[in-house]
Design a protein around this ligand. Structure first.
Ligand SMILES: *Cc1c(COP(=O)(O)O)cnc(C)c1O
Length: 364
């Protein structure tokens, strides 16, 4: 059987080695006689899995002790509410950068809890670029500044970190890092809080990771549900209630795999090479088009259209028959989208570009 290459935006491809190990350990984890799914989250076996997951994440990113690492459920979408509930801390306003569909959702939800100041937006150009920071208008009274480092749907990525140091107060920078988490090194000390749904680059759906500076915890809006209070989760090592145990176990296997690849710097090198292969092809022909401004193109999600959209269905069908699957673009954008997360090998992107070149030759 030829390999299948899965370009899904999420839930997305996982490393084959991770799935094989999970299969081998499915019925009996390390001689315990249990599947990880069957373990008490308070038993010594699962406690060791959770501790190793956190230790490996801290080591890979370089997370200092002044930050808490939380393993939650509810998806990145729950964070759209949890962030304002926990970080407004007596202020009325929060700043948001609007670069696409996920920013918009975060903005809409935050507006239920406070005033949202949109400091910059690329909606004027259908979210095809990142507004440069010198054009942002930041009200110094904001409680925090939120942005989306990688817009999974639009395929625009910040290749720089916004600077909030000039605001004078210690205004925390907050990021929905769901679709670029672990794809490149990250200077966590520039952030007050980051969050990510696991199902893009970290593990299966059902797990959400939050890394938050400890001094930001402890002041929630009146009426905040217990489960939405970061301090509750931090004070209970993410075991206030039952955490998503099996997704945490798989995420741990993913981190071990990333370490074997050489860590985040090695992942970044491979991801740059993969993205370059695909963007170079898109730029070499007018048969395909990528709507995103070159400096702001995502290394993880590559949207593109065919000049003749009448060929879209044929493109998808022939790609599928070559084992290249889940390439259909998001319903809000149309066209195609190739998501090329950490677990997509260079050979997968090479197979895609070969197919695309041949398809263009056949239909030019
Ligand atoms: C997928 C995604 C989300 C939504 O995540 P859920 O876990 O489905 O809530 C939010 N933000 C970004 C950037 C995403 O890629």
């Amino acid at each position: 059987m030829n390999p299948i290459y899965n370009f899904s935006a999420g839930p997305a491809v996982l490393p084959a080695e991770v799935l094989q190990q999970a299969r081998d350990e499915m019925l009996d984890w390390h001689g315990s006689g249990m599947s990880v799914m069957e373990m008490s989250h308070r038993g010594k076996e699962f406690i060791s899995i959770a501790a190793e997951l956190e230790a490996d994440l801290r080591e890979l990113i370089g997370i200092p002790g002044s930050y808490k690492v939380l393993f939650l459920s509810g998806g990145a979408s729950s964070q759209f509410a949890m962030v304002p509930m926990n970080l407004l801390r007596g202020r009325e306003k929060a700043g948001y950068v609007n670069t696409g569909e996920w920013s918009k959702k975060a903005i809409r939800e935050a507006g239920r809890y406070g005033t949202v100041d949109v400091v910059a937006s690329s909606e004027d150009a259908k979210f095809t670029y990142i507004p440069p920071q010198d054009a942002w208008r930041i009200d110094p009274e904001i409680a925090y500044l939120h942005y989306t480092p990688n817009e999974t749907i639009g395929g625009v990525e910040f290749h720089w970190i916004p600077d909030v140091s000039h605001l004078g107060r210690n205004v925390p920078l907050v990021a929905d890092i769901s679709s670029t988490f672990l794809s490149r090194p990250l200077d966590i000390t520039r952030f007050g809080l980051i969050y990510a749904g696991a199902q893009k680059n970290f593990g299966p759906a059902g797990l959400t990771v939050v890394v938050v500076r400890e001094d930001l915890l402890g002041t929630t809006l009146p009426g905040t549900p217990t489960m939405f209070d970061y301090a509750v989760h931090a004070g209970n090592d993410s075991m206030y209630n039952t955490p998503p145990t099996y997704p945490m176990y798989i995420a741990g296997l993913v981190l071990a795999w990333i370490k074997r690849q050489g860590g985040l710097a090695a992942m970044e090198r491979i991801n740059i090479a993969k993205a370059k292969l695909l963007y170079d092809l898109l730029d070499s022909t007018d048969f395909y088009q990528c709507p995103v401004a070159s400096p702001d193109r995502s290394r993880m999600n590559v949207p593109f259209t065919l000049k003749n959209p009448g060929l879209d269905e044929l493109f998808l069908a022939q790609a599928k028959s070559e084992g290249l699957i889940q390439l259909k673009g998001h319903r809000s954008v149309g066209g195609m989208r190739a998501s090329i997360y950490n677990a997509m090998p260079l050979a997968g992107v090479a197979a895609l570009t070969t197919f695309m070149r041949e398809f263009a030759d056949r239909h030019a």
